[in-house]
Design a protein around this ligand. Structure first.
Ligand SMILES: Cc1ncc(COP(=O)(O)O)c(C=O)c1O
Length: 427
């Protein structure tokens, strides 16, 4: 397999962009080698600049639940675009997407569209602070919430400590408003609430943590968070940028049947275009400007082209058996891979149509600390062996894979045999 065109493009890109990319993980640093430059995608397949073809399980990191270049999405976008691409004034399409979501999701009553998951989280945190008139945020180590200043904090050494910034450029005073605790640890959460009584505006969690491996939490832990937040008049914020519209139309809130106070969305909601959103009860959302005094705005918020892509994509998700079908395919793939994984070199953890390859002997991994960083060397080898066999995953062993409705059983059989061949190399 040759990837010389990608390599050349990457060399050129390094002159223009820091590290040659516009988002760090794309640079392939954790798997080594040059990133592939993608030329086109159709359904479950992508083609790189050297015309190599891959079955894609990255799916643009989750948004493409219908696969690439879905005809309904393309038609909707094309039709909208011809009437202009942005007005900075309200359009009916915003109402239509909001209605589609709100009439099928009992967990939020009002919504605000923004342009990315990061922006959704940033705004939701401001909303939580404005509503509660408190400053501190409790987050979990191993959950990623976008590159929001106060979320770029890694845990300190104790159970309940202020952490350190995980990025330069974040003032210590911001970090001091973020409490970081381990996932799946009630005691740490209880200690935090005892120590910072009446100070915590919100607890933010990825209800299905999927940015640092797939750290599936027990439902009882999420229920415990609900209860402790209610007792302390703290808002519970589910960051559903990945799980929203993925685990089912109502995301993790619906899957676990837990009512958070605020939910953030991104990825799938925009049908492959830059859309994020946050939603809550009418009371909480009434704090947002111009109704309330929590300011949040955006030139391209509710962009008509992006709204029409979202409407087209979410309308497909609402069809009967859409989610059970995705899950059936995911189970098929996982069972097939495990059959050829004779030496049990890794485990596959999954929920719905999200899966994660973990080189571990543990039966479950619920906590970032339980991931052995050394195991990533195996992933690296597997990764390149799979590329050679025409299977594209997100380029990091900490990233999860996504199934789309465009994946066929033929794709899955090919993927299973690609794993079989790749594993031979790994052994
Ligand atoms: C749970 C979660 N929150 C927030 C974000 C940030 O979203 P975006 O990359 O659209 O800014 C991500 C991105 O991966 C995410 O997975």
């Amino acid at each position: 397999m040759t990837t010389s065109n990608s390599a050349q493009l990457f060399e050129k890109a390094k002159h223009y962009f820091p590290g040659g990319v516009n988002s760090p993980v794309r640079a392939f640093r954790s798997v080594g080698g040059n990133p592939l430059f993608i030329e086109k995608g159709k359904g479950s397949h992508i083609w790189d600049a050297d015309e190599n073809e891959y079955i894609d399980f990255c799916c643009s990191w989750g948004p493409l639940i219908l696969g690439h270049a879905n005809e309904n999405v393309l038609n909707a976008v094309g039709k909208t675009m011809r009437n202009g691409t942005s007005f900075g004034a309200p359009t009916k399409l915003e109402n239509d997407l909001a209605e589609l979501i709100l009439s099928n999701n009992p967990f939020i009553k009002k919504i605000r569209f923004v342009s990315s998951g990061t922006e959704a989280v940033m705004s939701a945190i401001r909303l939580a602070r404005g509503f509660t008139k408190r400053n501190k945020i409790l987050k979990f180590e191993g959950c990623y919430h976008g590159h929001v200043d106060s979320m770029l904090v890694k845990a300190g050494s104790g159970l309940v400590t202020f952490g350190n910034s995980s990025s330069a450029g974040v003032p210590e005073s911001f970090v001091n408003e973020t409490i970081t605790v381990p996932l799946n640890n009630r005691e740490a959460v209880e200690q935090a609430f005892a120590k910072y009584k009446n100070e915590i505006a919100c607890v933010i969690i990825e209800p299905v943590p999927a940015n640092n491996g797939l750290l599936l939490q027990d439902k009882t832990f999420l229920q415990f968070l609900r209860e402790i937040c209610t007792t302390n008049k703290t808002l519970l914020l589910f960051d559903e940028v990945i799980s929203g519209f993925r685990l089912g139309f109502c995301g993790a809130a619906g899957f676990y049947n837990i009512q958070p106070d605020i939910i953030t969305y991104g990825k799938i909601i925009g049908g492959g275009f830059p859309v994020g959103a946050y939603g809550a009860s009418a009371e909480i959302m009434s704090c947002i400007s111009p109704e309330g005094n929590v300011y949040q705005a955006g030139t391209l918020s509710g962009n008509p082209v992006a709204m029409s892509a979202g409407i087209a994509q979410l309308s497909e998700c609402l069809k009967k058996d859409f989610y059970p079908e995705l899950e059936k395919k995911t189970n098929y793939l996982i069972e097939g891979i495990m059959k050829v994984n004779g030496f049990k070199l890794f485990k596959l953890f999954k929920l719905g149509s999200i899966f994660w390859i973990a080189f571990t002997e543990k039966e479950a991994i619920k906590n970032a600390e339980d991931i052995d960083a050394n195991s990533m060397a195996y992933f690296k080898t597997l990764y390149h062996a799979l590329l050679e066999e025409g299977v594209y995953l997100g380029p990091s062993g900490y990233e999860v894979g996504f199934m789309s409705s465009a994946h066929t059983y033929q794709d899955l059989d090919k993927t299973i045999s690609a794993f079989e061949k790749a594993l031979k190399k790994l052994k």
